[in-house]
Design a protein around this ligand. Structure first.
Ligand code: 5GP
Length: 142
């Protein structure tokens, strides 16, 4: 049986505004913010407000608004960083590499010949995250 959703997880705290994040997008159903341990420049997380642990227990109604924002953010990061492509990643349960148990989708700009950095690797400097968030907001027209 799937484990229960824990409202104390770090993304639930970010959604409630209890801990800070570099938000680049928000609507009624979805928030997007910069990953603090980016696997590449502009690595963004797209997070539905509806609580679920991951894709396995999510209400299917979550996916249409979530992936509409994944697409918006993918287009914006590609433009913001003049990327050659965009990788979309999503992990479910520890065996897959999931480390935060609130459903989220990774959107990572990609450049020819540049490998991804490790997942949940090194913390980026706050000023770099802030600058990259500004570039993505500008590309979104926010
Ligand atoms: P997962 O492994 O669950 O798919 O990914 C969780 C992601 O959240 C990782 O890429 C990790 O770098 C990122 N992350 C972990 N803690 C925080 C945090 O406090 N703030 C932000 N913005 N990202 C976080």
């Amino acid at each position: 049986m799937a484990e229960a959703y824990d409202p104390g997880n770090i993304f639930a705290k970010i959604l409630r505004g209890e801990i800070p994040s570099h938000r680049i997008y928000e609507d009624d159903a979805v928030v997007a913010f910069i990953d603090v341990m980016p696997q590449g420049v502009g690595h963004t997380l797209v997070v539905p407000k509806a609580p679920s642990r991951n894709i396995l227990d999510a209400d299917p109604a979550t996916f249409a608004p979530l992936f509409a924002v994944v697409q918006k953010v993918a287009v914006a990061v590609k433009k913001a960083f003049n990327a050659d492509g965009v990788t979309i990643l999503q992990f479910n349960e520890p065996a897959s590499g999931q480390t935060v148990y609130h459903l989220h989708v990774h959107v990572i700009p990609r450049f020819e010949g540049v490998p991804l950095k490790p997942h949940s690797g090194q913390m980026e400097k706050p000023e770099v995250l802030a600058e990259n968030a500004g570039k993505i907001r500008a590309a979104l027209g926010n």
